[in-house]
Design a protein around this ligand. Structure first.
Ligand code: CA
Length: 510
């Protein structure tokens, strides 16, 4: 009798602890969902609700865009049904740039090698171990079939990708706890140096099945989570595996071309070595960690470029479609430009011993022309700008700078040491410009500096991160798994909204 009581108590407790994820209905539940998945930041909320109608509408539109719905900005029945569809627990939107991106896959950090190991650390109660292993094997194969990746099951307790089944809170913090049957099905961690990087966790409160329409198909959920383990974010392509919502068992599962394009962007097509790791200045999915050129055009747009691509910024917005190839934005310009100068109404571009003149996006005249037109300037300049304090034109090259007087040229006093510009890196800058707010900014590596014309030195609080502040990039996309600055996943993920806040605030205030 006593044993029966214990068993009954056990069942009672089990039942109590696996209450189904509640249906999202109330305003509080709706906005918890919107915040959890990145459609609104806590800073844009008051008492758990959007701070104003505009914010509310915007969040709903982002949610509807990601869900491939008509973007009405109003939560109709379809929206509420989607919100209540079982799904992955990973965020959908992680940055301002994310919300602007075109329809396709999105990349997170990647592994710096292609031979990865995995193991199941905690078993599923739903299926026998051997069957789960075979399902996982198939899920990995879906990715290795179309990329240079290989996966190997090991018996180690510290493989690259640790798989575990767990209910409720399971060791990765309050925000990472599972929610009972339905709702969140699973989540995974992006590649990182932290031991949790790459790991995939499955909600034990789901009923995982194999090859049947009942329950939740473990293969499909695992293949999706491994996409995250390999560095893919959610895609807004509805038929892609990396779409955030579970769409029911698909007997003839195949990766979508969007998934394949995503994994190949990270690891190459296969049959050999992966492509070279992106250099820091190559655009990632929608970001540019380092700029080599900054300028404006007469229409008020600000431009930032690296060797091959250009970002355009109008007001506090990055218009859709950027970064673009330089030649697509400015027909006739080569890549690998040195510097650019906006001297109203023209924008000048410099490369080696030549320069080009544009008015907005059209070449204004016959170019290139030789740098000798700019009497006294050297070739291969680094940066050019009109200084907000005196309206004069300056060029920098290495640790020196030149003042240029239109109609006269460079005076014999120049060059002078760049260290006159107190607070700037004295060995040189990559880019500089005067922004529409009147301030002069300097760019070096991944950072930028704002110059204070009153005190004639760099303002306190600088440097700041260029990509995050100017381009709205997700800080997590700027560091790869091999970077020393990569934080550990446990620290980054719970505090992601804090970083996101600084991103959204930062893009408005310099
Ligand atoms: Ca769940």
């Amino acid at each position: 009798m006593r044993r029966l009581c214990v068993i009954l108590l056990g069942c009672y407790l089990a039942a109590t602890f696996s209450v189904a994820a509640p249906r999202i209905e109330t305003q509080q539940q709706i906005w918890e969902f919107m915040e959890k998945y990145g459609y609104i930041t806590r800073d844009d909320m008051v008492n758990g609700m959007p701070k104003d109608e505009e914010t509310k509408t915007k969040s709903i539109i982002y949610f509807q865009k990601m869900g491939n719905m008509t973007m009405t900005g109003v939560l109709d029945e379809d929206s509420m049904n989607l919100m209540n569809t079982p799904r992955c627990g990973m965020k959908d939107m992680e940055s301002f740039a994310d919300m602007m991106r075109r329809k396709r896959y999105a990349l997170g950090p990647r592994w710096d090698r292609t031979d990865l190991t995995w193991n199941i650390i905690r078993d599923s109660q739903d299926l026998p171990r051997a069957q789960v292993e075979s399902i996982m094997e198939r899920a990995f194969t879906a990715w290795s079939d179309v990329s240079s990746l290989t996966f190997r099951k090991v018996s180690s307790s510290e493989p690259d990708i640790k798989i575990l089944f767990a209910a409720g809170e399971h060791g990765d913090g309050f925000d990472g706890r599972f929610d009972g049957p339905s709702g969140v099905l699973a989540h995974a961690y992006f590649p990182s140096l932290n031991p949790i990087g790459g790991d995939a966790h499955f909600d034990e409160d789901e009923t995982y099945t194999d090859g049947t329409f009942s329950g939740t198909n473990l293969f499909q959920v695992a293949a999706h989570e491994f996409g995250h383990s390999l560095g893919l974010r959610h895609s807004d392509v509805e038929d892609a595996l990396m779409y955030p919502y579970y769409r029911g068992y698909q007997p003839n599962f195949q990766l979508h071309s969007d998934d394949i394009n995503g994994i190949q962007a990270h690891y190459g097509e296969g049959n050999g070595k992966p492509e070279e790791r992106d250099t820091p200045s190559t655009p990632l999915d929608n970001c540019m960690p380092r700029v080599t050129l900054s300028t404006q055009t007469a229409d008020g747009s600000a431009y930032f470029a690296n060797e091959t691509h250009v970002f355009r910024r109008t007001g506090n917005t990055i218009p859709a479609g950027y970064p673009m190839r330089i030649v697509d934005e400015f027909p006739g310009l080569p890549s690998n430009l040195d510097a650019a100068l906006f001297y109203s109404p023209y924008t000048y571009f410099f490369k080696g011993s030549e320069y080009w003149r544009f008015r907005d996006r059209q070449m204004a005249g016959t170019y290139p022309r030789p740098m000798s037109d700019w009497g006294g300037l050297p070739n291969d300049v680094d940066a050019a700008f009109v200084w907000s304090r005196n309206g004069r034109i300056y060029f920098t090259k290495g640790d020196q700078y030149y003042a240029y007087y239109p109609g006269y040229g460079v005076s014999s006093y120049y060059p002078q040491p760049l260290s006159h510009w107190r607070g700037l890196p004295s060995d040189g800058v990559d880019a500089a410009f005067q922004y529409s707010n009147g301030y002069t900014y300097f760019f070096k590596g991944s950072n930028y500096y704002r110059f204070n014309d009153g005190t004639v030195q760099v303002d306190t609080g600088y440097p700041l991160n260029t990509a995050v502040q100017w381009l709205g990039c997700n800080p997590n996309e700027l560091v790869g798994p091999t970077s020393e600055t990569e934080g550990d996943a446990t620290a980054i993920i719970p505090s992601l909204f804090v970083i996101l806040l600084s991103t959204l605030i930062g893009i408005c205030t310099f």
